[in-house]
Design a protein around this ligand. Structure first.
Ligand SMILES: Nc1ncnc2c1ncn2[C@@H]1O[C@H](COP(=O)(O)OP(=O)(O)OP(=O)(O)O)[C@@H](O)[C@H]1O
Ligand SMILES: [Mg+2]
Length: 1053
């Protein structure tokens, strides 16, 4: 039957940023039930049950040594988690089962905290190792001498990053392409040439894991890689050899896989599936495949006959046993408590819930030792024969290409080599192997030990990394004398990566007293405490230094530190985040959190994340001569067609050769940046195919046919709620707030039968509720677009619907006739619809495609660097001036460039805000106009009724003729009498007067034909009734109406 995967969830405390922004807690735990609440209240609470639920959110005290211990019974500390999960793993390992423990969760949710821990809060991996050796020691003391027991522990540590496997215990494996994953007929998938280091005690294993973490840090920094996108697997191989009752030597083996997975968020939020996954960077592939495998395994448990796609990624191949085979498996799902992570946390809970149903079949791995050796010999023989046959062409497999045969031959050769190796190892005594390993690693460990000693007295640099696990792992000493910094040997400190020059800088240490940092040339990028330097500068204790684009270090100066303490200065604790904030602040961003809304703070965080990436993308474009420029674009929710929400950080990419522009969303850009990084890495490694890695324009650019959003406009449709039609020319504004063109648009009410409603206006929108009325919007034309667009179309969501209404794509010209008519009916009309008409504009997005402009011949021959220099916001570096730079008042051209970049951003934000304010004030004005128009309309109606009454009365009484006739005519036909007719009437009246009819009316000149009541519209264009004739007149001064009750005499002034 097998065992179910055991699943635990663990909730971490709020981090500092969450505390500052008063994050809301969305998780509750009661016994084994975890409840998650939607902070927006849109979805109901969701409940999940797991084998273990750990509340590590609050209810703890920090001991003096830094250990977090419970202050009551609620808090689950590291010891509790180990007792429940780690102990079980160990017990199973002793029994000879393979065990796997993996941590899943979003970036920063606490995976590494549970798995590795932060001193002194040690996680499961170190405690398990410690306990394993304790157990071995105890066993050795109590073991029966007859058994001749031997315990062998060895460790391997690997990283999967971007579908490439690196052996973290062997830096020479960090070569192009990494190590290969192969399949063994019995053992399943394994990593070829992975170092499995024998260890004899806990400090050995601790030193090995520290070495692996250090290597990982260096690799991540040198390659610009983001560690949260890497999976780390520490495998402990545990073998127990002993004689059984019958005196036969038996070997019991167990592999304990401890897996710290990459942060899960990107796996599902970018939508990186299908083609994009193939095309784009492979960074998420492993995690996506893990999700697919878990889903398939869970479906299998429900009786579905589907295969599990283990083969689709490196991670799932290596975890095949852990997931569905010979292993006892435990999963910890790390949960973030904050409201903004609701979606990710919910998806982690769902993932964990699915994992619960998976079953594995663990077996005790025990065999007679000689049997193991015999099996291996047989395997070698088999492989040798296979190889010989292939060599003579005896093996012909139908349908298999010669390339595949060659590939298979190579795989078998490798299997053979490996088996031979294993045989040799088996024949060697354990002691021999231990000794061999010790010699190899001793040198490395000695160097590290000396460094650790030296750091107490010698000034040095220590690294900062976004992953706290990797912070402080790299140390560079700067002893008295000169230390050179560059990207190749013989620099004393070698830093590889973007923007690090061969001779980048020099650190001059004058007897551990005065220490200077000196840039080696005009292009050496160096930031000190967030400020750029181009000249020699004195270094002080705790200074933060950025070399190039991504080597961030803190300078430790023991002598200066002592001096500062003496002077009573408080030395602040530096973290990766505080150093990044400092950089952003110096670039002009307001990093002050006080008084900021949650949205503003999130925007701040996004900017801090994206700004350095945009800089890196520009640096890569420059180095690979891609002729592209990237800039941050802030896109308001309105510009995205939403009524409210957050301003989003996007990136605008511009082709420097023809000026075409594209805008990418944040996630799209992040994925592209990783893909750019991959291409750059291949280029650095002198891979001939670096430029063929991706087809087409991905990841640096887009084809010119890429659809871009030109801008948006706001259509106010209040008039429809009064059954009035409208016509207007609306401004099309880009995300920067600039006007890109105009849209000519009209809207009309229609009857149920589809007839245009004329003159049927109502006083209150409420009057329409319950009636069957249709509305039509016609986007007639798009005018005055920039020349670079050759196609244009528009789309909008109509109020209560989520569906986009998209026009046809047409050729763009100065006057593009779109005539996009769309009829809407909600039968009967609801109050909600009327409210929407009155209160919300329809946001119409205008999209287009750009012309494939012939590249500007003058620009084609220029390098990216020269082209960038032509752009307003980007300038090249200046040559450094001689002399020591004044730290306080440093101003360089580069800084000004950054400032101008920031200014542009501020202008963009300002424009976006202004546009929004304009819209808001337009709204207010419209409401006012709407009210005025309504009032006016009502007064007109009253006048009309009054006039009609008077005319009827006068007619009835036979009262005088001219005015009554004319008014009557106007009321009926909407037009005045012809002058001939008037002359005739005057004649007639005069005749009547002669016959002494009393004069009853004072006649005023006939009213002018005038515009109807204005619909409630703000437009610069004319809003009008379809039928502009009206019996009432509209004048700026309301007409005064006097009516004599007695005689019905009416005096119009
Ligand atoms: N149970 C806990 N108690 C106290 N602090 C915790 C706990 N879990 C996590 N933290 C803190 O939260 C931060 C992030 O945790 P951690 O580094 O383990 O995240 P992660 O899931 O490994 O992230 P990544 O995917 O980036 O590697 C760390 O500073 C860690 O100290
Ligand atoms: Mg981690």
């Amino acid at each position: 039957m097998g065992d179910n995967v055991q699943v635990a969830v663990r909730l971490r405390p709020f981090n500092e940023r969450e505390r500052v922004r008063n994050a809301k807690l969305v998780i509750k735990m009661e016994n084994n039930t975890t409840t998650i609440t939607d902070p927006d209240g849109k979805y109901p609470e969701k409940k999940f049950t797991f084998d273990f639920s750990y509340w590590s959110h609050d209810g703890y005290n920090e001991r003096e040594d830094g250990y977090l211990e419970p202050d009551g019974s609620k808090y689950a500390d590291q010891a509790k988690v180990f007792d429940d999960l780690g102990k079980g793993v160990l017990e199973n390992a002793w029994k000879g089962f393979n065990c796997s423990l993996f941590a899943y969760g979003q970036t920063g949710s606490g995976k590494s905290y549970s798995m590795v821990g932060y001193n002194p809060n040690k996680g499961i991996i170190p405690i398990t190792c410690e306990e394993l050796f304790k157990g071995i020691e105890e066993k050795k003391l109590t073991d029966d001498a007859e058994k001749e027991a031997e315990y062998q522990v060895s460790v391997s540590m690997l990283e999967i990053y971007n579908e490439t496997v690196k052996d973290l215990l062997n830096v020479s494996s960090f070569k192009k392409g990494g190590l290969r994953v192969r399949q063994h007929p019995q053992k399943g998938f394994y990593v070829e040439q992975l170092q499995v280091a024998p260890v004899s005690n806990y400090s050995d294993i601790e030193a090995r894991i520290a070495e692996g973490t250090r290597n990982r840090t260096l690799a991540a920094t040198n390659m610009n890689a983001t560690s949260s996108r890497a999976h780390t697997i520490v495998a402990i191989n545990f073998a127990q050899k002993a004689k059984n009752e019958a005196g036969k030597s038996m070997t019991k083996t167990s592999i304990i896989n401890l897996v710290d997975l990459a942060g899960s968020e990107r796996a599902d939020s970018t939508g990186a599936t299908g083609e994009r996954l193939k095309e784009g960077s492979m960074i998420n592939k492993s995690l996506l495949c893990l999700g697919n495998c878990i889903k398939a395994l869970a479906d299998q448990q429900e009786g579905k006959h589907i295969s599990v796609p283990y083969r689709d990624s490196i991670l799932t191949r290596l975890l095949k046993n852990a997931l569905g085979g010979n292993s006892k498996t435990v999963m910890i799902a790390a949960l973030s408590p904050a409201d903004i992570n609701y979606d990710e946390t919910l998806s982690t809970l769902r993932f964990a819930d699915r994992a619960k149903s998976i079953k594995t079949k663990a077996v005790v791995n025990e065999s007679p030792t000689d049997k193991l050796i015999r099996e291996m010999k047989d395997e070698i023989k088999r492989l040798q024969e296979l190889l010989e046959n292939q060599g003579s062409g005896a093996v012909v497999v139908q349908g298999v290409s010669p390339d595949d045969v060659e590939e298979m031959r190579k795989a078998q050769e490798e299997n053979l080599r490996r088996n031979q190796e294993e045989m040799d190892m088996m024949n060697q005594t354990w002691q021999q192997r231990l000794e061999e390993q010790r010699q190899v690693s001793q040198k490395l460990l000695d160097v590290e030990k000396t460094k650790q000693e030296a750091r107490k007295t010698i000034p040095h640099l220590w690294n900062l990394n976004e992953d706290p696990m990797l912070t402080g792992m790299v140390l560079h000493l700067t002893p008295p004398g000169v230390s050179t910094i560059g990207n190749v040997d013989p620099a004393s400190i070698v830093l590889k990566g973007l923007n690090i020059k061969k001779d980048h800088a020099v650190i001059e240490n004058d007897s551990n007293s005065l220490i200077y940092l000196i840039p080696s040339g005009s292009e050496s990028k160096l930031l000190i405490n967030g400020k750029e330097i181009t000249e020699r500068i004195e270094l002080r204790h705790n200074d933060r230094i950025m070399f190039g684009s991504n080597h961030l270090y803190v300078f430790h100066h023991p002598q200066d530190a002592a001096k500062q303490v003496k002077e009573g200065k408080v030395v602040e604790k530096v973290s990766f985040n505080s150093a990044q904030e400092e950089i952003a602040q110096n670039k002009g961003f307001d990093m002050n959190r006080a008084g900021k809304s949650k949205e503003d703070m999130l925007l701040q965080e996004d900017l801090i994340q994206i700004m350095p990436m945009v800089n890196e993308a520009n640096a890569i474009s420059e180095e690979l001569d891609k002729k592209m420029l990237y800039e941050i674009a802030l896109i308001s929710p309105q510009a995205r067609g939403l009524k409210d929400g957050r301003t989003e950080v996007s990136v605008k990419a511009k082709k420097l050769t023809n000026g075409n522009e594209f805008v990418w969303g944040r996630n799209d850009f992040i994925d592209r940046k990783f893909a750019m990084q991959e291409v750059y890495q291949m280029y650095v490694e002198e891979d001939e195919d670096w430029d063929k890695k991706h087809q087409g324009d991905y990841p640096f650019s887009e084809s010119d046919d890429y659809e871009v959003i030109i801008g948006t406009c706001y259509l106010y449709v209040q008039s429809l709620a009064y059954l009035m039609d409208m016509e207007d020319n609306l401004a099309i504004r880009s995300f920067r707030g600039t006007e890109e063109g105009l849209m000519s648009v009209e809207a009309h009410p229609f009857s149920e039968a589809g007839e245009l409603l004329v003159d049927e206006y109502v006083e209150e929108p409420g009057e329409l509720v319950g009636k069957d009325i249709q509305f039509m919007i016609n986007v007639k034309k798009i005018l005055a677009l920039p020349k670079r667009y050759h196609k244009v179309w528009c789309q909008y969501k109509f109020l209560l619907s989520d569906e986009w209404n998209k026009s046809q794509e047409i050729d763009a010209s100065l006057n593009s006739e779109l005539n996009f008519k769309k009829m809407f009916k909600t039968f009967p009309v609801t109050q909600q619809l009327m409210d929407e008409f009155e209160n919300s504009p329809v946001v119409i997005q205008v999209w287009g495609k750009q012309r494939t402009e012939p590249d500007d011949p003058a620009r084609v021959t220029m390098t990216t660097k020269e082209l960038l220099a032509l752009e307003d916001s980007v300038m090249t570096y200046t040559a450094p001036k001689k002399g020591v730079q004044n730290r306080a008042s440093h101003e360089s051209k580069e800084l000004r460039r950054k400032e101008s970049e920031i200014n542009n951003l501020h202008v963009a934000v300002g424009n976006a805000k202004k546009a929004q304010q304009e819209i808001e004030s337009d709204n207010v004005r419209l409401m006012r106009e709407n009210d005025d128009a309504k009032r006016e309309m009502m007064s007109m109606r009253r006048k009309l009724e009054l006039l009609t009454g008077m005319v009827e009365e006068a007619k009835h009484k036979g009262d005088a003729m001219l005015l009554v006739k004319r008014m009557d005519h106007i009321l009926k036909r909407g037009e005045d009498l012809a002058s001939k007719e008037i002359l005739r009437l005057i004649k007639q009246i005069k005749q009547q007067e002669k016959q002494s009819v009393p004069k009853k009316f004072l006649v005023t000149p006939p009213p002018h034909k005038s515009a109807p009541p204005s619909p409630p519209h703000h437009s610069n264009g004319a809003s009008k009734r379809k039928d502009s004739s009206s019996s009432s007149s509209r004048s700026s001064t309301p007409a005064k109406v006097n009516k004599s009750a007695k005689s019905g005499v009416c005096l119009l002034l």
